[in-house]
Design a protein around this ligand. Structure first.
Ligand SMILES: [Zn+2]
Ligand SMILES: [Zn+2]
Length: 330
């Protein structure tokens, strides 16, 4: 099969990904052999490819928003031909303290798709059967792919921020994840305030119903009940914190931040404001979000790349050059 391989991390501008012909994965018990139809590109892929997340395999096929058909390995519940999605959580041990508390997103021995095991920038992939999700028929392959991490973890961010119906929510950054959850927030009747760089991202936010749109350091005109940050930047976290009412929550939806700058506790955090990180996802997050997405008719804005263009796709994500999500079609 054709696959995109990362042998050594490097700056994406140097094109560290190479396309190669490799043997397809061999089916193993409990796993499904999948024919990949589309694979979304996530900012985490960029952190892996550029080495901000330490390498875990000598050679890696990245990609963790996989839409695929089952070729082999499914039981009666998942017969060959079934269309499924695979996300960032590729598996958990099920036995550690966190798993036993129902917090499998924090598992001590997790498997991460496209990081600790090969992912979906390829014609075929192998996935643990109990970590695949049947996909709503209302969404085609291209538009289902960005739901699988950008969407699910964006949805988890709303839970971590404890957003309630009608609350004022700030979105700091407006990439693949934010452009999906703004639609969930609107279905919950939440006024949404978007701070983001790039004129086209601001236009997209307005067209999707944001109540206010400003530049990445602009303060929304109201105090926010909740804020979610997406940029890998600590300055943006502080901007979000500065916009929060007493008792409000900032949820940081980023697996990597450049740093957290020094900030004024008395003014920004005192008053029971809370700063929280969003780590991974649970299978319940995935099922609940996919059900919500189908119910509200969520349709991501996508830009398609071929396998050969994997470097270009990641470069586009890094430079915020596209609106919505990038999707690779093998
Ligand atoms: Zn565990
Ligand atoms: Zn992701």
């Amino acid at each position: 099969m054709r696959a995109v391989l990362l042998a050594a991390p490097g700056k994406i501008s140097q094109h560290p990904l190479r396309i190669e012909e490799v043997p397809p994965p061999a089916p193993t018990p409990g796993h499904l052999l999948l024919r990949v139809r589309a694979c979304g590109v996530c900012r985490t892929d960029l952190h892996i490819v550029e080495g901000e997340l330490p390498p875990r395999r000598e050679k890696l096929i990245p990609g963790h928003q996989i839409v695929a058909h089952i070729v082999d390995g499914g039981g009666p519940d998942l017969p060959p031909g079934t269309r499924v999605g695979v996300s960032w959580m590729g598996g958990v041990d099920g036995t550690c303290w966190y798993c036993r508390q129902g917090r499998e997103n924090l598992c001590d021995a997790p498997t991460f798709t496209g990081y600790t095991v090969d992912g979906g920038y390829a014609e075929c992939a192998l996935a643990r059967a109990d970590f695949t999700f049947p996909l709503p028929g209302s969404l085609d392959d291209l538009h289902a792919a960005p739901l699988l991490c950008a969407g699910i973890i964006g949805f988890r961010s709303l839970r971590v921020a404890e957003v309630a119906s009608g609350e004022r929510v700030g979105l700091f950054g407006f990439g693949a994840s934010a452009h999906l959850i703004i639609e969930v927030l609107r279905s919950w009747k939440c006024p949404v305030y978007v701070s983001t760089r790039g004129e086209s991202h601001r236009r997209l936010a307005s067209s999707l119903g944001a109540n206010w749109v400003g530049g990445e350091r602009d303060q929304p005109p109201v105090q926010l009940d909740r804020a979610i940050t997406f940029a890998p930047s600590g300055d943006v976290v502080i901007a979000a914190l500065s916009s929060l009412r007493k008792g409000g929550v900032v949820a940081i939806n980023a697996i990597h931040l450049d740093r957290i700058p020094q900030f004024d506790y008395d003014r920004l955090l005192w008053g029971e404001r809370q700063l929280r990180s969003v780590a991974n996802m649970t299978r319940d997050d995935a099922r609940d979000f996919l059900e919500t997405a189908a119910k509200i008719g969520l349709k991501p804005k996508v830009t398609v790349f071929s396998l050969d263009q994997a470097n270009e796709a990641l470069l586009a994500v890094k430079s915020d050059a596209i609106d919505g999500a990038a999707v690779i079609v093998p």
